[in-house]
Design a protein around this ligand. Sequence first.
Ligand code: AMP
Length: 227
Amino acid sequence: MNLILIGPPGSGKGTQAVRLAQAMSVPAISTGDILRKAVQDGSPAGRAAKAVMDRGELISDEMMTDIVSARLDEADTRPGCVLDGFPRTVNQAVALDRLMDGRGHVVVAELVVPEAALIRRLTMRRVCRRCGINAQPESPACRCGGSLVSRADDREDVVRERLRVYECATRPLAEFYGARRMLHAIDGTLAPRLVTARIMNAIDASLGLELQPTTVCKPASASPWRA
Ligand code: AMP
């Protein structure tokens, strides 16, 4: 079982990816986290990515596809995975189709949240400088003891640019997956545990659909309605 989470920045993909990956016993793969780790490690790829991320723009499709392809080669993804932040463009979605070939069922959940709420959530968000996880609201420090900071790309002007990029580059994915009947729109303004429950229900429903026999055909002579 593989789950793709799409939704604008601040819609709760990261939180849901962790919760759902735990529930499904598969790894959560966050391309944003992979990139931030590369930036922190000072690798050449990280140095190249930093400026692009700080402007709220997207890293190239080729680089992102290579990163995800390498991650999907790792053995822990064999039972499935939750993808958070990939794909973000139709080109990436086409590349992901190839990467998912033979990996079983794929469901897409889109978290829907109004723009004003996204801006409020992102500009107020604090993350741990040490471990990178989102802080609990109003907590003075992270559970790991690290101090809490704003992400460089959560400044209001950068947030607005990220939302603009989402509309142009990522929104078309809803149509891409909707046309294949893989997409489940989920109200992302609900409490996190309710969002998780709705996504789990959507997964169950889509599995149920897939397991239904497509046609049940009886021989004409067996029909009780025939004379
Ligand atoms: P996120 O943590 O998912 O909001 O990602 C932070 C930033 O990383 C984004 O604003 C992009 O600059 C970059 N990024 C993450 N995933 C992708 C992707 N699939 N394609 C292009 N850029 C990405």
